[in-house]
Design a protein around this ligand. Sequence first.
Ligand code: NI
Ligand code: MN
Length: 226
Amino acid sequence: MTTIRWLGHSAFHIQTPESSLLIDPFFTGNPKAPDNAKDIRADFILVSHGHGDHVGDALEIAKRDNATIITNYEIAGWFEAKGVKAHGMQHGGGFQFPFGRCKLTLAFHGSALPDGSNGGNPAGFLITFNNGKTFYDAADTGLFGDMRLIGDHKVDVAALPIGDNYTMGPDDALKAVEFLRPGRVIPIHYNTFPIIEQDAHKWAHDVRSLTTCQALVLEIGGSVEL
Ligand code: NI
Ligand code: MN
C-alpha cells in the first residue's frame, strides 16, 4: 500500500513499500506546515521547480538522510554542487526508481532558484507506483491542454493547485479535472498566504457537481491511500 500525505502548500510525504518520498518540502517559513514535518526521513526528494516555496528544506533533509533529489537537470546540478545526490531528468522523460516510474511533465511557470541561479524549466510529476497506481502532481502551473494526454495514463490521484495568482485558480483547476479525468483530486497551493486564499470546499463541491471525480479537501497532515 502507498500513502500520500499532504503537508501543506505543495508538500507531500509519500510512503511506498520500498521508499519514503518527499515532494516540494517547504517547511521552514511555511506558516501551514506541520511542526514535525522536518523530521520525516526521506530516501528521495522530488523538487518540481526552483522557487523557494518548493526547494524549501530539500538541501538540509537530503544532507541529513543521504537522500537523492529528483528534479530537472539544471536544479540537479545546483544540488550536486552543494554536495548532495541528485538525479537530473527532463520533461517527457521517465525513469524507473525503486518506488516506481517517475516522469517529468510540463508545467507553465517560472523556475529561478533562490540564489538567482538558472533553475531550468518547471515540472510536474507523473508517478506510477509498483502497484500500478498513478499519482499526478501538477505542481505550480497554469492550465494547459496537454493535460488531456496526461489523463490518458489513467490517473488515480491528481494534486492540482487552486490558489490563483501564481498558478491555476479554481475555475481553471476545474477544467484541469475535466482534462485529466482522475479518480480522485486533491487541491494544493492555496491558503498558505493571503494572496492565494481560496474556498477549497466550494471548489470540491463544484468538482463533484460537474464531474465524476472524487474531490478530497485534505486537512494538513491528512492522507489518501493507493
Ligand atoms: Ni513557484
Ligand atoms: Mn509555488
